[in-house]
Ligand binder design. Structure first.
Ligand SMILES: CC(C)(COP(=O)(O)OP(=O)(O)OC[C@H]1O[C@@H](n2cnc3c(N)ncnc32)[C@H](O)[C@@H]1OP(=O)(O)O)[C@@H](O)C(=O)NCCC(=O)NCCS
Length: 171
C-alpha cells in the first residue's frame, strides 16, 4: 500500500487513462486497485492476473505497472497491458520492462501466446509493441463504441516460439 501515491501520480491523469477502459482514478480508487493487485498472484495456483511494479534501479521509485492477464488456461493465452508515468516516458523504460514480463509469462507460466490490444490512436502503445517484436494481427475498425466514439483497435501478439527465436541481444 506504500505504492498508492506513486501509482496515483499517473493513474490519476487523463493522458494515461484516455485509452484504457477506466477514467482517471482518485487516490481512493487507486488504493482499492493496489490492494487488489497486492492480493493478486504468485502464491495462488491459478491467478487471473498479476500486476508488476516497474521501479527505477537506482532509486526504487515506482514509475509504471504492467499487468499480465491469464485469459484461457487450456490454450495458455495471456494478455499484457501497461501504464507508465509520463514524467518517465521516452527513455525506453517500458521497452526494457515488458520483455521481463514476457519472460515470466512464457517461462514461468508456460504461456503459448501473449496478446496486446490498443487503440489505433495510441501511437506510443502500438509503437512499443512493434519495437518489442510483436506482430500486428488485427485492426478492428469501428467495431465498438469506446468512451462514446467509434473504436479502432489494434491487436498485437507474440507466440512462445517467436519469443524463443527472437535474438534478445544476450539479455
Ligand atoms: C504506452 C507507454 C507505456 C509507452 O511509453 P514510452 O515512453 O513511449 O515507451 P518507452 O518507455 O519504452 O520509451 C520509448 C521511447 O524512448 C526512446 N528511448 C530512449 N532510450 C531508449 C532505449 N534505451 N531503449 C528503447 N527506447 C529508448 C525511444 O526512442 C522511444 O521514443 P519515441 O517515442 O520518441 O520513439 C506510455 O505511453 C503509457 O504509459 N501510456 C499511457 C497508458 C497507455 O495508454 N497504455 C496502453 C493502453 S493500450
Amino acid at each position: 500500500m506504500a505504492d498508492v501515491d506513486a501509482v496515483h501520480a499517473y493513474h490519476g491523469l487523463e493522458a494515461v487513462a484516455c485509452y484504457q477502459d477506466w477514467e482517471p482514478r482518485s487516490r481512493v480508487e487507486v488504493a482499492t486497485e493496489v490492494a487488489k493487485w497486492a492480493d493478486g498472484g504468485w502464491d495462488r495456483q491459478a491467478p487471473e492476473a498479476i500486476v508488476f511494479a516497474v521501479t527505477l534501479r537506482d532509486t526504487g521509485a515506482l514509475i509504471g505497472d504492467i499487468v499480465l492477464l491469464f485469459r484461457d488456461r487450456d490454450a495458455r493465452q495471456g494478455e499484457i497491458g501497461f501504464s507508465f508515468n509520463p514524467s518517465h516516458g521516452g527513455k525506453g523504460y517500458a521497452t526494457e520492462a515488458v520483455p521481463a514480463v514476457f519472460s515470466v509469462g512464457f517461462g514461468h507460466f508456460n504461456l503459448h501466446r501473449i496478446l496486446g490490444r490498443c487503440d489505433a490512436r495510441n501511437r506510443p502503445s502500438w509503437q512499443l509493441m512493434q519495437r518489442l517484436g510483436m506482430r500486428r494481427e488485427a485492426h478492428f475498425r469501428e467495431h465498438a463504441l469506446f468512451k462514446g466514439v467509434w473504436d479502432e483497435e489494434f491487436h498485437y501478439a507474440m507466440l512462445a516460439r517467436e519469443w524463443a527465436e527472437m535474438d534478445r541481444g544476450g539479455s
